[in-house]
Ligand binder design. Sequence first.
Ligand code: PLP
Length: 389
Amino acid sequence: MSFLTHLECPSCNHTFEPFLVLNLCPKCSKPLLARYDLEKAAAKIDLKNLHDRARSIWRFPEVLPVGDPACRISLGEGWTPLIKAERLGHSAKHDFLYIKDEGSNPTGSFKARGLGMAVSCALERGVKALSIPSAGNAAGALSAYAAKAGLKAHVFMPRDVPSPFVVECEVLGAEVTLVDGLINDAGRLAAAHPDAKNRFDVSTLKEPYRIEGKKTMGYEIAEQFGWVLPDVLIYPTGGGTGLIGMWKAFEEMEEMGWIGRKRPRMVSVQAEGCAPMVRAFESGEKHAEMWQNASTKASGLRVPGAVGDFLILEAIRESSGTALTVSDEAMIEAARRIGAAEGLFVAPEGAATFAAFEQLKAKNWIQSDDKVVLFNTGSGHKYYQIWED
Ligand SMILES: *Cc1c(COP(=O)(O)O)cnc(C)c1O
């Protein structure tokens, strides 16, 4: 049972009926957020008795936006391990270092959470075809969940995306269009397509439900730490859906009385060659300007502009967090250290969090008794070329 009540625009405060098929706020074109009757949800969920619940993103359907259980499309996403990185922590002289390993998700990244949720919602609301601009992993996840739901997927990716990302979508039955340019150009082309009006656009934060899928990382972290949140979360930021989603999860859990006021300091990591959030954070801006000539081998971070920029910046600032960049070389070197120490083949985006951790530790921004969680957002497998170069 879902206690979804309405969609709300946090920018203009208008509210909308939750079973409409909506993208951005029809009034002001900003992202919409799903809202729940949290009092009823809290009364329904017994935290002392969770063993019968799904070990997936569907663990707490009361605070998820799908009412009909038959529309909950699942390939086994979520409920990923929180690993205490003993050997890696030892090499970095830090006792409380953890990795939330999202690499084991279907299609090899945490995009499975967001797109599992978005496709389920689309199915429940009667959508037949979906489209997405993607830097790589989101396209694969959409292709998989659309296939499982029996919906048509149209994916638009930059032409220079590593070939495993393209092959994956094709094998999963999606229609693939390669675009000259970056993810934002792909988005423009998808929207300008003659059939665009017959396809529901699931661009990140341009529809309200991918964030609901990604917020489940926040619920999992809380549960895995015994309902006391850790001190620092380090998150590789492209569109920022995971960071915004977890921030929303913390708010919901506090309102339901599951956690206290304490929040982790939220750290956003970007690539040196594409760092719009870091620049906006450092210059005190509310919104981030588009990054010109974005370039990084971490495809998930090659996002020059984010619709939810103001939400990312708010979460970082409210949490007393920070934002910083990492070079591609440092990511690759960090991936090798994580791999050799922990047995995890991580995506360069995930590796960036460890490189950022070491920078922050050297500056004493991270103290020796801080509990720190690194988000490994994906598996390294689809990035063949970068390990060989
Ligand atoms: C998409 C992606 C990111 C960035 O996630 P956002 O929620 O868009 O910020 C990071 N890492 C990987 C592996 C990704 O696929």
